[in-house]
Design a protein around this ligand. Structure first.
Ligand code: FAD
Length: 379
């Protein structure tokens, strides 16, 4: 039986990033069911970094990891991992209150978000309809993330530190053995000290396998499409445009426009596919807000964003099942939070506390712990 200090289940961005961090402290194996890491939600993301997004803990983790993405450690990445891409929050007349609430929340949390009004919004994205818009905010420091590049860098860094990535290895059994765990995956068995549950949409079933009580991590389908931009327009400098109530967004992506109707349909964990209605809704909502006519949809896909009951990330040891660690509920912020979340997770596992700089932002281990649901106990 192979022996490791840590076994991480799931090679999406959560598992790859925490494996990279953990390998600095002990022997780590990263177990992935699919032939390729990142096949599920991580490979289906829209890839933006925006500090005015998600729960308070998510926003703070995004901020905690921003420096890593902007200036990665020596040798981590050969190319920049992020590019400047302002985010423009837009409101119709009936959404001005939502926009104001979003502005106040962002300012309270110290994010650089400014009200710019309609003329400046039209300058940033000339395709928006002036008779649709009533108000707009901008986060000028937002970024677009090279998700595939970031995942690859975490995996390469992990392997470079001596870690083992094992694909085509579904974890089928997790069993307590004295102080540690026996994990069966594919044809192998592993004896490990700590199991890290980074299985995305499958976090609850994986917990169930280990004898931990599921937390109610709910996968929700989100659809995305790409289509041709309006002829003779340079869209590369357009911001990422997000509706004040998060009913849709669109942004330039590799010469195409990427859009989503921001659907959140509860799903069982699976290899999810896009739904025709949501695809049509994405095109319709963009057409209503802009002068763009969506003639031909080039690509369509869907991914499962998984949320804890309070829509905030779950990072912490199961309160009654020592050695079983949750890294779950990354929702729509798992890429942008990954450097901050993985560093926090590794520090909680190895030192029993959050990194000092993360605590200094006002985040406490209790905000992230599965114990906040009161149900994270062994059955
Ligand atoms: C359309 C869309 C747009 C998004 N846009 C953004 C964005 O702009 N910015 C942002 O930060 N986030 C965004 N997200 C969210 C982000 O993609 C997720 O939060 C993130 O990818 C979750 O990563 P993960 O590693 O937890 O899950 P996954 O990437 O799903 O990884 C989990 C892995 O666990 C494996 N696994 C499960 N069970 C087992 C088992 N028993 N044994 C072995 N392996 C197992 C799975 O095969 C999978 O590879 C978006 C998501 C979608 C769908």
């Amino acid at each position: 039986m192979a022996v490791y200090d840590f076994a991480v289940i799931g090679a999406g961005i959560a598992g790859a990033s925490v494996a990279y961090e953990l390998q600095a402290s002990g022997r780590t194996v990263l177990l992935e069911r699919e032939p390729l890491p990142g096949y599920h939600t991580t490979g289906r993301s829209a890839a933006f970094l925006v500090e005015s997004y998600g729960s308070q803990a998510a926003r703070l983790l995004t901020r905690a990891g921003r420096g890593f993405l902007e200036e990665p450690p020596d040798g981590f990445a050969e190319h920049p991992l992020v590019d400047p891409k302002p985010v423009l929050w837009i409101a119709r007349p009936d959404q001005c209150e939502s926009l104001e609430a979003a502005l106040q929340t962002a300012l309270q949390m110290g994010a650089d978000v400014r009200r710019i009004g309609v003329p400046a919004a039209l300058e940033l994205c000339p395709a928006l309809r002036s008779d649709y818009l009533a108000d707009a905010l901008v986060e000028p420091g937002a970024r677009s993330i090279d998700v595939a590049g970031l995942l690859e860098c975490f995996l390469r860094g992990f392997r470079g530190r001596g870690g083992d990535v094992v694909t085509k290895s579904p974890v089928t059994r997790i069993e307590r053995t004295g102080e540690g765990w026996r994990v069966d995956a594919g044809r192998e068995s592993y004896r490990v000290g700590v199991v890290v549950n980074a299985a995305g949409a499958w976090c609850d079933p994986v917990a169930d396998m280990a004898g931990a009580r599921p937390l109610g991590i709910q996968p929700m389908r989100r659809t995305a499409i790409t289509f041709d931009p309006p002829p003779a327009q340079d869209i590369s400098r357009w911001p990422c445009v997000i509706d004040a109530d998060e009913d849709f967004y669109f942004k330039p992506e590799g010469g195409q426009v990427l859009a989503s109707p921001c659907d959140e349909t509860p799903f069982e964990p699976c290899d999810v596919t896009p739904d025709d209605y949501e695809v049509a809704l994405a095109a319709d909502r963009v057409e209503r807000a802009t002068t763009i006519s969506v003639k031909h949809i080039r690509r369509r896909w869907a991914g499962l964003r998984s949320f804890a009951p309070d829509r905030s990330p779950v990072i912490g040891m199961d309160p009654r099942l020592d050695g079983f660690f949750w890294l779950a509920g990354q929702g729509g912020f798992g890429i942008m939070t990954s450097p901050g979340a993985s560093r926090s997770a590794a520090s909680l596992i190895v030192d029993g506390r959050l990194p000092a700089d993360v605590e200094a932002l006002g985040l406490a281990a209790a905000h992230l712990s599965p114990a906040r649901f009161g149900t994270g106990s062994a059955r």
